[in-house]
Ligand binder design. Structure first.
Ligand SMILES: Cc1cc2nc3c(=O)[nH]c(=O)nc-3n(C[C@H](O)[C@H](O)[C@H](O)COP(=O)(O)OP(=O)(O)OC[C@H]3O[C@@H](n4cnc5c(N)ncnc54)[C@H](O)[C@@H]3O)c2cc1C
Length: 511
């Protein structure tokens, strides 16, 4: 069923079993999981079925930390959410991401990789990727020219990525949700108020408003916030009528530990011998998989390095390449040499990489950011058109990110030499951590960690079931629950986590 709050003129009140707030990757995945559950589910969505400028302006916010994209450009506010312009890169979090690692402060999830991975097949279905193995060797067996670089797998390996079409959740799942008799989708329904009982331990009701002033009240057994990591934190902080520090924020954790995946161009890899690099070729419109170089878990632990992967973009080389064999063994010492070599590389990647063999590849890394309490979302005195305080993002990186970049390049440089595959050249900022981050530093448009998961309420906002500590019927879906970020693009994993929460809620609601 579909109702548009903007056209419901009477004060509208509904009761239901489950109220899901936000119809993006997380909210729609959860709603789809309840299609046949025989329960009364409400899905509240701030926007309509189409993009509109006025609603999108409700995503305004201010950056005060590390240079970052304009906040409205990083999230979409209409049915389908940010999936309406996501890139579709899919790969799951790794087992190491769930571990408490002594060199990563605040690491360690309260759930295991195995518990999480049980939901990957269903999550894969949501993003329309195959449900086959994530083991690269098995996946590429029999595929011609898909040859990984011959590196020591205990140091570097090639990690498999699959590409979603990309699934536009608002388009793909709209019909099924609107046709459902047990699910009611409310569009133009912006969550504004969350009201707790007198003891402040149970959500009694929530209120939603449309931009033209219509209001509705929803009273549910359980509520799920699925508005994305910035908005989940913002709405918990802003609802401070009963708990003056905001809901779930007794320990001043809501909004803290904001993480992105720093993405930046780093070194170039120069192969000694031409080989097919089709496996690493970036063209998700034609080829539904590719690989990035990844640092092995054993090497991460041994050297205290955060999780990182590197995409390899082919570069055309001119000139005679035989001189590669005359190179000094240490990439850093040969800096001047490589600066010259770089000048021989044309700026644009060749389009015929799957048939031709190129020798030079530009690395673009995507890395784990360590959890940092000072990297956070707070509230501005500025308010949006609904009277809700706007978010301020203070994105802060730590020394561990810079040291990890340095160490992963040192290790890769050595490994390329040792395995006789080629050489690495990286710019000075990679090795000299006292230099500024380059201006090209960006993020993956991935927002993580603002309602982090931990069994101890002093260390996390939600428990292992994604339920807000101390408020038994209020739950959070999405990457705001990530305890650590991993290096994987988050959507596949956040859907898996959402479906895990959904299963838990079914046990509670159908009891
Ligand atoms: C340009 C770009 C490319 C990306 N590429 C990739 C990629 O290749 N791979 C990958 O894994 N990830 C990618 N991402 C990230 C991906 O889009 C997000 O991880 C994912 O969409 C998050 O899902 P979500 O449901 O948590 O939030 P969203 O998809 O943002 O959905 C949140 C929903 O909540 C609604 N909402 C907000 N406030 C309220 C309110 N007050 N009341 C009611 N509803 C509300 C919004 O309108 C929206 O529909 C990309 C992101 C961007 C911006």
């Amino acid at each position: 069923m579909h109702k548009d709050l903007a056209t419901l003129t009477n004060q509208h009140t509904v009761t239901c079993d489950l109220c899901i707030v936000g119809a993006g990757a997380a909210g729609i995945s959860m709603a789809m999981d309840w299609l046949d559950a025989g329960k009364n589910v409400v899905l509240l969505e701030a926007g309509g079925f189409e993009f509109d400028v006025e609603t999108q302006s409700l995503n305004n916010g201010t950056n005060i930390g590390q240079r970052y994209y304009a906040l409205p450009a990083t999230r979409l506010r209409f049915f389908g959410g940010t999936t309406m312009h996501w890139g579709g890169y899919c790969t799951p979090l790794d087992p190491i991401d769930f571990e408490a690692r002594p060199y990563v402060l605040h690491s360690g999830w309260p759930i295991s990789f195995t518990e999480f991975a049980a939901f990957l097949p269903a999550a894969s279905k949501m993003v329309e990727i195959d449900n086959e193995t994530w083991d690269l060797d098995t996946y590429i067996a029999g595929k011609e020219n898909y040859t990984p670089l011959d590196l020591n797998p205990s140091v570097y390996y090639s990690k498999l990525f699959k590409f979603s079409p990309p699934t536009r959740f608002g388009t793909k799942y709209r019909k099924a949700l609107v046709a459902s008799t047990s699910i009611t989708v409310y569009t133009h329904a912006n969550l504004t108020d969350i009201t707790l009982d007198e003891e402040g331990k149970v959500v009694e009701k929530v209120q939603a408003k449309s931009l033209n002033g219509n209001k509705m009240t929803i009273s549910a057994n359980h509520y799920v916030l699925a508005m994305g990591a910035i908005q989940n934190a913002r709405m918990l902080l802003v609802n401070n009528k009963q708990h003056k520090q905001g809901i779930g924020n007794h320990n001043d954790l809501v909004g803290r530990y904001f993480m992105e995946h720093p993405e930046v161009k780093t070194g170039q890899i120069f192969l000694k011998r031409p080989q097919s690099m089709k496996l690493y070729f970036f063209d998700y419109t034609k080829i539904k998989m590719y690989s990035e170089l990844a640092i092995a878990e054993a090497a991460q632990r041994a050297h205290g390095i955060l999780n990182v992967t590197a995409a390899l973009h082919p570069k055309k080389l001119s000139g005679d390449w035989a001189w590669i064999n005359k190179l000094p063994e240490d990439g850093k010492e040969s800096y001047d040499f490589w600066v010259q070599a770089e000048k021989q590389i044309s700026a644009s990647p060749p389009s015929d990489v799957d048939t031709k063999k190129y020798l030079a590849y530009q690395m673009q890394i995507r890395m784990e950011q360590s959890p940092n309490p000072n990297s956070r979302i707070t509230l501005d005195s500025k308010k949006d058109k609904l009277g809700i305080a706007e978010p301020i993002l203070n994105w802060q990186l730590t020394e561990l990110e810079r040291n990890s970049i340095k160490d992963m390049h040192t290790l890769l440089g050595k490994e390329l030499i040792q395995s006789d595959v080629g050489r690495l050249h990286a710019p000075e900022w990679v090795f000299d951590t006292s230099l500024e981050w380059p201006a090209t530093l960006g993020g993956g448009w991935h927002h993580l960690g603002t309602t982090r998961m931990h069994n101890d309420p002093k260390k996390g906002v939600v428990d292992a079931n994604c339920t807000i500590h101390g408020i038994n019927n209020l739950h959070v879906a999405g990457s705001s629950c990530f305890t650590t970020a991993g290096a994987a693009n988050p959507t596949l994993s956040l859907i898996a986590l959402t479906l895990r929460l959904s299963k838990h809620l079914k046990q509670l609601i159908t009891k």
